[in-house]
Design a protein around this ligand. Sequence first.
Ligand code: IFM
Length: 455
Amino acid sequence: MTARERIRWGSATAAYQIEGATDGDGRVASIWDEFTARPGTIARGDTAAVACRAYDDPEPMLAAIAWLGVETYRLSIAWCRVITGPEGDVNPAGVAYYRRVLGELRVRGVKPVVTLYHWDLPQWLQDRGGWADPGVIDAFVHFTEIAAREFGDLVSDWITINEPFCAAFHGHLSGLHAPGIRHEPTALRAALMQLVAHGAAVRALRAADPEARIGLAINLSDLEAASSSPEDVAATRRADLVENRLFLEPILTGRLPDDTAAHFGEPALAAALDGIDIASAAVPIDFIGINYYEHNVIRAAEHGNDPIVRGIEKLPVPEPRSANGVAVRPDGFVRVLSRVSALAPDLPIWVTENGIGLWDYLSPDGRCNDVERVAFIDRYLDALEDAVERGVRVEAYYFWSLMDNFEWSHGFQLRYGLFYTDYPSGHLTPKASAERYRERISRAAASPVRERQAG
Ligand code: IFM
């Protein structure tokens, strides 16, 4: 079997980014509803009130999935659509919506992987302290148990939490994401609480279905020191602590990196660990999800330019890069995968996200010729297939995203989709990249037949 036959090809979205209907059918408010309502938080003042209209009409999304020919689709379930408040009651309309989507995926032969937390914390939990309050863990376990009970006959692959780095550090330090807090000790607390919540959710899912495949999705960066000077090397190590090791090490070993206290300070670390046992994050998982976007070159700088890691400067990114300045570096992707593979050789890796943000537009002929994304797909998939041939254990790949959607603080301007979304109608048009991804998937599916014939 060749590398590309071993990989399950998929695409991904998240509830808040696509569903719209934010005050429909018994859904309660999330921190993102509150955040987007604050002036100045989102480009052009966009909100996700309508987004891709996937809640009102999931058919275009389902048709796009079928057209692409992916075997698997990653979606998230909105906590605030399923649980109505502190009493833990279930919203039948929310459950019915996800059962409809999951049922339709089954009819189309597409295997879902469901993320439980993709940043849309119910606002009632934020009002009690959000990810800083230990009560959030029991609430997350309750939501997890309900999800397993309501959807477990249709779902066997679960992701507990998506990108805890972003939810912690963009939500509580840079202020770019909801809930828009800017306080480093709270960000550290939110990071560690999510890891503990992940461990608790894995145990809840396992109890509900011993056969389930469970993991989490962490975003990891490929970091390079600008020079071999001790200052630049130390700066790069600090960035690596905050962006990578703070998540990898507790999940894989149950321990925090040795330099955590030195970076955040003893009092902040002690407060972050109050009442939780970080060792409980290292529960056995069936795969580790890696979201890969970032490669950065780091220089030490007293007054740096990074809103999250003090004392570092991220150097300007040369071409090719995304519209929002993220480097196109398939070699960085392979380094990140190889690093995880070396740390946990027996743990399958699922690339739970990979993609590029561009200022896409439709030409007068109605087509979107996103040549940069087409090149991106070829370069990253070639690199991935080579890495798998060399023994890196990647079992699944999800392109972010199926369709353009609400890109958080960038609103709708920055587009990541394989399908071009017309707002607000929700009409989807396959981009040139969708055609290329579809071609690559069908090539992979066709090759075993060729090989069997040849053999
Ligand atoms: O859109 C996001 C997604 O929600 C989480 N990972 C990164 C994507 C692109 O920024």
